[in-house]
Ligand binder design. Structure first.
Ligand code: HEC
Ligand code: HEC
Length: 275
């Protein structure tokens, strides 16, 4: 017991705690503020929410209800999150036309990406839910494609086929080909589990593993990626992150220096008290 206490009081433990805390804060900060900054901050923009609300009333409320609460025709979207809206609309599944047909991927012709973000912001404003992943979250630079292949075989291949080419499901529905899905859509599909697909939350498949899976899917397919995934944006995000971590390192050094000075004083005072 006393040895644990004295080890905890060891100055190095303090340094480690301070450094660890700051690194965690930095990583959290960069994760929250990363490439999703535009989507995330915009999602809080009130005018965007009301813009999205009026688009929703025009195009979605007939099935999903005036307050997205759901009807006998379509599920509630409260808590579905921005990621579900962006996935469903960017893949052309929503707004659905025909309730009897299976919703399939098709070009989104009615809405601009900005209007999709507006509706996503409105749905997110109702009760949160998974948000649209940032450019850095879906960037596959440094991802482990071999691990991605393993994860894909265990988690996805039973429905989508080994090459992600799609396949029939036992109950007469189809899991689609993943050949045209963008990295953002793949990430969103895992976060939101459309239709018969399960949700793969970050506890099941970590954010790093999601990147590995995306890398495997996009590296192995032969078709060119028609989606608008731009590596240019990844570049600036990475630079920003490096800058942040550099500045953070400097703060860590200052904090360690300050705590070192204080701690010396405390330890002396304490040992005088105990003796
Ligand atoms: C013709 C009726 C209809 C219209 C119009 C419609 N939807 Fe849907 N929507 C459905 C049905 C039915 C489902 C459930 C089946 C499915 O998930 O594919 C659904 C599912 C969804 C989901 C998935 C819910 C979840 O929990 O993951 C989202 C998100 C969604 N719709 C958004 C929209 C948005 C946004 C619009 C307007 C742009 C819209 N829908 C218009 C019928 C409709
Ligand atoms: C139980 C079967 C099942 C499993 C397991 C499954 N999916 Fe799906 N997935 C589906 C179905 C069904 C759809 C179509 C949903 C719809 O149309 O609303 C789908 C849709 C998708 C889409 C959208 C494709 C597009 O562009 O239209 C992606 C991307 C995707 N899944 C990725 C994955 C990944 C990655 C995994 C493994 C981590 C996975 N899925 C596991 C059944 C499954």
């Amino acid at each position: 017991m006393s040895s644990i206490i004295s080890r905890r009081r060891h100055p190095a433990a303090g340094y480690a705690a301070v450094a660890g805390g700051l690194v965690v804060a930095g990583v959290l900060y960069s994760a929250l503020s990363g490439g999703g900054a535009s989507a995330a901050t915009a999602a809080q923009d009130q005018s965007q929410v009301s813009q999205g609300h009026s688009l929703f009333l025009d195009s979605c409320s007939s099935c999903h209800g005036l307050d997205a609460q759901g009807t006998s025709q379509a599920p509630s979207l409260i808590g579905a999150g921005a990621a579900a809206v962006d996935f469903q609309m960017s893949t052309g599944r929503m707004p659905a036309k025909d309730l009897s047909a299976e919703n399939e991927r098709k070009p989104q012709t009615e809405f601009t990406q900005q209007q999709i973000y507006d509706i996503a912001a409105y749905v997110a404003s109702l009760a949160g839910g998974p948000s649209i992943p940032s450019a850095s979250q879906v960037s596959t630079s440094g991802a482990n494609t071999a691990l991605g292949e393993e994860l894909f075989s265990t988690n996805c291949a039973q429905c989508h086929g080994f090459a992600g080419a799609g396949g029939a499901l036992t109950y007469g529905k189809n899991a689609p080909s993943l050949n045209a899905s963008t990295p953002t859509q793949i990430y969103e599909a895992m976060l939101t589990g459309p239709e018969a697909m399960p949700v793969f939350g970050d506890g099941t498949i970590t954010p790093a593993e999601k990147k590995d899976i995306i890398a495997y899917i996009t590296d192995t397919r032969t078709e060119a990626n028609p989606g608008g995934f731009s590596l240019g944006r990844t570049g600036t995000v990475t630079e920003g992150l490096l800058g942040w971590l550099g500045g953070l390192g400097f703060l860590v050094l200052i904090a360690m220096w300050l705590t070192a000075k204080r701690r010396d004083g405390h330890v002396k005072a304490e040992s005088e008290q105990h003796s």
